[in-house]
Design a protein around this ligand. Structure first.
Ligand code: GLN
Length: 193
């Protein structure tokens, strides 16, 4: 993506709940103009990109609606500008969530399974290949994975045969938390920073 105005990219990070501080820090380290999105008024500033962080997707969904942020964020995702959803953020993007009727934005044609690794293996760390990037560290925390993908969805990474990263047009969905490990590769990839 080109940024002809040369002003820093302004990336909105949904900051209602969950792991948003780390995304803010990583984006600032790349000299992006990262702003926390906490209420509907925060969506009035024009954004170049959006991060939907990890956390608890059902809580995030409830807050989004209560705070009147749903429509503005959905419109942003539909606009085609880059969006990164990590963990709960991936669940918010998915068009189908196993065993659950309430959806988030539903803008990415994938099915996800929440807490897919069960309680025994709630959290773990690994290193695995990510398409176009190479091996990257991956921290999973009560993570979902993708069980079905629609047409035009690119699978970017699998761990133990399970899909943990996908791309659909402007939207990237990751099961894991790249912001909790060293490195800024994910922001360079998604936002071209
Ligand atoms: N288990 C959470 C959910 O289902 C996701 C966990 C995370 O974002 N680290 O929403």
């Amino acid at each position: 993506m080109t940024n002809p105005s040369k002003r820093p990219m302004r990336i909105g990070v949904l900051a209602l709940q969950g792991a948003f501080i780390e995304h803010m820090d990583r984006l600032h380290s790349l000299k992006a103009d990262a702003i926390e999105l906490r209420c509907a008024a925060d969506l009035s500033a024009p954004l170049d990109g959006l991060v939907l962080p990890g956390g608890e997707s059902s809580v995030q969904m409830k807050l989004l609606r209560e705070l009147g942020m749903y429509d503005g964020l959905k419109a942003f995702i539909d606009s085609g500008k880059p969006v990164l959803g990590t963990c709960a953020g991936l669940i918010l993007l998915a068009s189908s969530v196993e065993g659950q009727s309430a959806l988030g934005f539903g803008t990415m044609p994938v099915t996800v399974r929440r807490n897919a690794y069960g309680r025994q293996l709630g959290s773990f760390h690994t290193c695995a290949p990510f398409q176009g990037v190479g091996d990257v560290p991956m921290t999973f925390i009560r993570a979902p994975y993708v069980t079905e993908v629609g047409s035009d969805v690119e699978v970017l990474s699998k761990v133990d045969g399970n899909i943990v990263a996908v791309k659909y047009g402007n939207q990237y969905g990751l099961s894991f938390h790249p912001e909790l490990d060293e490195g800024t590769w994910v922001y360079k990839l998604v936002f071209n920073l």
